[in-house]
Design a protein around this ligand. Structure first.
Ligand SMILES: NC(=O)c1ccc[n+]([C@@H]2O[C@H](COP(=O)([O-])OP(=O)(O)OC[C@H]3O[C@@H](n4cnc5c(N)ncnc54)[C@H](OP(=O)(O)O)[C@@H]3O)[C@@H](O)[C@H]2O)c1
Length: 303
């Protein structure tokens, strides 16, 4: 008997692939829906469709003829994606999870630590604003007996991705080589912005822990790691792992914002309180940042 049945929208990407492997390793029977462009994790059942083609999407999930314990939409970016989930999944699952982002918060109106119910969210045409529209769609929908939960991760790291959490060193390939060579990393504000990165396998375990948990129904959680650090410390831990020293070149904030207004989402403290996860009995992320970065660096070096 499998631990449960899960469908992942996505399933071969960084976050969605980590979720697929974690669920499989926990004994779930795992279905993944992708366009079939990337290799899939071993042991999953593939469903092939482009979600932007609503008829093909519907045919693929209904055609699987399964009632899933969990459906996790890892690749919902627009309100149409949330509407698609709400149209199709109430009949096909007991619990829908939607992956949002902490960029739903207005960077200029944060409080510290930022509570999940800070009303200062965006509803504009940015990545975060569109994710907030997806959340609102869930909040306003009549979904019958289906439960739903939203997670808002901050910077996610771990095997399967490049490293780097702050401009101008955001997920840069060649980051390890640069640090080892003693080349300075250009960090806005010298890297003093606080962050709380989450290790991708911790996020996967957290998502799976909503199953059969009525406390998580109709909830939106900020989902972050256990350690609050300055962004520069994140890079320093990577340098430590490489046995190198970290050289930082400070990019003045005003100058950086002038040249790259879109960086404003990164240029604020991104710290949150894990208490709501704890109180609702969810699996609280607990991999220390140093340990997670060690695993990530080893994976990058072996690649
Ligand atoms: N990385 C971060 O720090 C961070 C922070 C906060 C939130 N998030 C959220 O985390 C999620 C990222 O998920 P991810 O890492 O798995 O993404 P990803 O690495 O971009 O992978 C995308 C996955 O979806 C599939 N896919 C893409 N377009 C599709 C389509 N039109 N129809 C069907 N399948 C499609 C891809 O496979 P095919 O190409 O084969 O179709 C792949 O499996 C997003 O919701 C993002 O907002 C990320």
């Amino acid at each position: 008997m499998p631990a449960g049945k899960i469908l992942i929208i996505g399933g071969s990407g960084f976050v969605s692939g980590t979720l697929a492997r974690t669920a499989r390793d926990q004994g779930y029977a795992v279905w993944v829906l992708t366009r079939g462009q990337k290799p899939l994790p071993e042991g999953v059942v593939p469903l092939r469709a482009d979600r932007k083609d609503p008829a093909a999407f519907k045919a693929a999930v209904i055609g699987a003829n399964v009632h899933w314990d969990l459906v996790v939409d890892c690749i919902g970016y627009k309100v149409e994606d949330a509407r698609q989930d709400l149209e199709v999944f109430p009949a096909l699952t007991s619990h829908l999870v939607f992956i949002s982002t902490d960029f739903v918060f207005d960077p200029a109106r944060r409080s510290f630590p930022q509570p999940f119910d800070n009303p200062a969210t965006l509803t504009d045409d940015t990545y975060g604003g569109k994710k907030r529209h997806c959340e609102l769609e869930l909040l306003q929908a009549d979904v019958g007996d289906m439960q739903w939960t939203v997670f808002r991760p901050c910077h996610i790291y771990g095997p399967g991705s490049e490293l780097g959490c702050l401009p101008d060193a955001l997920r840069v390939s060649g980051l390890l080589r640069k640090i080892k060579a003693g080349e300075p990393l250009r960090l806005v504000g010298g890297g003093h912005f606080l962050q709380q990165p989450i290790f991708a396998p911790d996020l996967a375990a957290l998502i799976l822990s909503v199953r059969e948990n009525a406390m998580a129904n109709r909830k939106i959680y900020c989902s972050v790691g256990p350690d609050i650090v300055e962004s520069a410390t994140y890079y320093r831990m990577i340098a430590d792992e490489l046995g190198a020293g970290l050289q930082v070149e400070e990019l003045p904030i005003i100058q950086a914002l002038k040249a790259h207004p879109e960086w404003k989402f990164y240029l604020c403290h991104r710290i949150y309180d894990l208490t709501p996860l704890r109180l609702d009995g969810l699996k609280v992320p607990n991999t220390p940042l140093r340990e997670g970065l060690r695993q990530h660096v080893r994976w990058l070096e072996a690649r």
